[in-house]
Design a protein around this ligand. Structure first.
Ligand SMILES: NC(=O)c1ccc[n+]([C@@H]2O[C@H](COP(=O)([O-])OP(=O)(O)OC[C@H]3O[C@@H](n4cnc5c(N)ncnc54)[C@H](O)[C@@H]3O)[C@@H](O)[C@H]2O)c1
Length: 266
């Protein structure tokens, strides 16, 4: 219950999916949360705030697009004004634009993937790290696509491979200040990012209008444990460990929460 007592954590993409789960799980362990998402996600952010309150946590919500460094800095200032310090950050916001073969991808989709997933993560650390206290920790959310390419997603894969370099460089730069930096790589996770008709159709081109159960069959065959997806809280538990003192000597590593997707041979 107290693994994050008196810690203040900023989470991006906090309105739904894994971002919301990270906020609630960290709050359950005593953290105060600065929950950041797009202005268009204000209803979602309000639900995140309600769920944090439900577990007895404190939070403020802030609107910022991770492509907008000044908006992120403003969210950090508001959070520090409210809570007095900043201990940790989870650079979680991300998008999965329309898939396609590399040479056919839309220019805007390519650029948006890089801008949100990679530059957004860099902006998040740029806005937060100078304000963080010694003993702090950063987690950047990558993907199994940060380690391994898959057909049809080179914009996403390239952006996520980039965050591995960002995290490992930061770990080298910040170790002397006592700040740890690690990357967490989810496999398939049951969030709106993948639980939607577009992804179902991509996974099951053999069916006219596939649903979640049809997609589940395809996804379960990709990992060692035969589960279609992990739950957001499974990823949040890894994030919690890496931000907590239990990981006080853990920095510069990649943690996959993927039911063995990366380890599976063919
Ligand atoms: N769901 C998966 O299977 C999966 C797998 C591997 C990695 N990931 C990664 O995990 C992270 C969270 O994914 P999720 O599944 O919870 O996604 P999601 O789509 O459910 O939620 C993403 C959140 O990020 C916010 N967001 C999007 N663009 C933003 C921007 N420019 N600025 C600020 N916020 C923005 C959205 O509003 C949303 O609330 C992402 O980085 C994603 O790439 C997801």
């Amino acid at each position: 219950m107290n693994r994050m007592l008196d810690r203040v954590v900023l989470v991006t993409g906090a309105g739904r999916g894994m971002g919301r789960s990270h906020c609630v799980r960290l709050a359950e362990e005593g953290a105060s949360i600065i929950a950041v998402d797009l202005a268009s996600s204000s209803d979602d952010l309000a639900t995140t705030a309600d769920e944090i309150a439900w577990v007895g946590g404190a939070c403020i919500t802030a609107h910022a697009d991770v492509r907008d460094l000044e908006a992120l800095r403003s969210a950090v200032s508001t959070g520090i004004e409210r809570f007095g310090r900043l201990d940790a950050v989870v650079a979680n916001a991300g998008i999965y634009p329309a898939a396609g073969r590399s040479w056919e991808l839309d220019d805007d989709d390519w650029q948006r993937a890089l801008d949100v997933n990679l530059t957004g993560a860099w902006h998040t650390v740029k806005a937060t790290v100078p304000q963080m206290v010694s003993g702090g920790a950063v987690v950047i959310i990558g993907s199994t696509n940060a380690i391994k390419g898959t057909a049809g997603t080179s914009h996403y894969c390239a952006s996520k491979h980039g965050v591995v370099g960002l995290a490992q460089t930061l770990a080298n730069e910040l170790g002397a200040q006592g700040i740890r930096v690690n990357a967490v790589h989810p496999g398939s996770v049951g969030t709106p990012m993948i639980l939607n008709d577009t992804v179902f159709a991509k996974l099951r081109p053999d069916l006219a209008s596939p649903g979640a159960e049809d997609a589940a069959v395809a996804l379960a065959s990709r990992n060692l444990l035969g589960v279609p997806w992990v739950d957001p809280v499974d990823v949040s538990n890894a994030v919690l460990f890496l931000l907590s003192d239990e990981a006080r000597y853990v920095t510069g590593i990649n943690v996959a929460v993927d039911a063995g997707l990366l380890a599976k041979v063919s």
